[in-house]
Unconditional design. Structure first.
Length: 156
């Protein structure tokens, strides 16, 4: 799978800013040689699309170094998320392709927390993410009912 434009832009930004970063475009299952080496693992808008969530989270968790963090952003399985993400974004506004999401794969925060606890993680912080159509901006809030972020810390 070729790197996305976003990946290339991020890599260029790191190089121009002198940041000591190395990007790798791969599935977590393909990174077994990197187990326990990452201080930050980001997984944004992915978990609601995977076929076997516990197996995916286990592979992701293996990559995180002790006392390091994993950030997961996803959609909550609520009536509000169904109306907003599927009916609103896919069918009414056409922002996303129709059928992109399966509401049954949306993940409640407690389910994510429960699964990651089995792999040695605890929640450090949670927050909601919402789009404000009046300002055309995304905002962070305390409402986890649609989109949310969970910061998990690996026990050491």
């Amino acid at each position: 799978m070729p790197p996305s434009v976003t990946w290339r832009v991020a890599e260029r930004h790191a190089r121009l800013s002198g940041a000591s970063l190395r990007y790798r475009h791969a599935l977590p299952e393909d990174c077994t040689d990197q187990a326990g080496t990452f201080h930050v693992v980001l997984c944004l808008e992915v978990v609601e699309h995977v076929g076997n969530l516990p197996r995916f989270l286990e592979a992701l968790a293996r990559l995180v170094a002790p006392r390091s963090v994993m950030l997961i952003g996803t959609l909550n399985r609520t009536l509000r998320s169904y109306v907003t993400a599927i009916i609103g974004a896919e069918y009414v506004l056409g922002w996303l392709p129709r059928g992109m999401h399966d509401w049954h794969k949306f993940v409640r925060p407690a389910e994510l927390d429960f699964t990651l606890k089995r792999y040695g993680f605890e929640i450090a912080e949670s927050c909601g993410v919402a789009f404000n159509p009046l300002t055309m901006r995304w905002v962070i809030n305390t409402d986890l009912s649609t989109n949310y972020l969970q910061f998990h810390r690996a026990r050491g």
